[in-house]
Design a protein around this ligand. Structure first.
Ligand code: AMP
Length: 187
């Protein structure tokens, strides 16, 4: 089983690339953001608890997303691999993922990091707001908070994965096709 991780700030293009990659490699796309938005739409208890945090651009509890990931892996035993998008976002989540895979005698295949500048993050998210209508995309203060959260909590994972020899970087400022080709070469 292959386990790939698409890494990068909000607006880096992870979702766009994930859609193309899962089609090409028949991987199971697991976006914790999408799973959480589904819970919100269904008005589940979990969704109601997560909504205020997401709308403010804060992270939800590690234990919530860790359970979602475990459930996805458990429920899809026959897929050739997984593509995680937006998970892990904290060192605790990365450790939980390592432990979860180790329990199965497996490990992460590669972390593919899409690098873009903060100013392009802003531009991309503003553009997406007009298309997808996400509440957390439509307010500059919330976008700022998400970028800050990325730098404070998620960027620590760069050294975490470099130390483990899993980390590969891609320049995220080219065309969708260019970036897709570079990621495909890594996979
Ligand atoms: P995304 O669609 O990946 O941008 O995620 C949207 C929002 O969902 C984030 O701003 C967080 O509030 C929440 N979220 C998604 N994935 C995670 C995660 N792995 N850990 C904590 N919160 C998450």
């Amino acid at each position: 089983m292959k386990y790939y991780l698409l890494f990068g700030p909000p607006g880096a293009g992870k979702g766009t690339q994930a859609k193309l990659l899962v089609e090409k490699y028949n991987l199971r796309h697991v976006s914790t953001g999408d799973l959480l938005r589904r819970e919100i739409a269904a008005k589940s208890e979990l969704g109601l608890a997560a909504k205020a945090l997401i709308d403010a651009g804060n992270l939800v509890d590690d234990s919530i997303v860790e359970k979602m990931i475990e459930n996805e892996i458990d429920c899809n035993p026959a897929v050739p691999g997984f593509l995680f998008d937006g998970f892990p976002r904290t060192v605790a989540q990365a450790e939980a993922l390592d432990a979860l895979l180790a329990k199965r005698g497996e490990s992460l295949s590669k972390v593919i990091s899409i690098i873009i500048s903060d100013s392009l993050v802003f531009e991309r998210i503003a553009h997406r707001a007009a298309i997808e209508g996400r509440k957390d995309d439509s307010n500059p203060e919330i976008i700022e908070n998400r970028i800050k959260t990325y730098h404070q909590k998620t960027e620590l994972l760069v050294s975490y994965y470099k130390e483990r020899g899993k980390y590969f970087e891609i320049d995220g400022e080219g065309t969708i096709e260019d970036i897709f080709k570079k990621i495909s070469d890594l996979i």
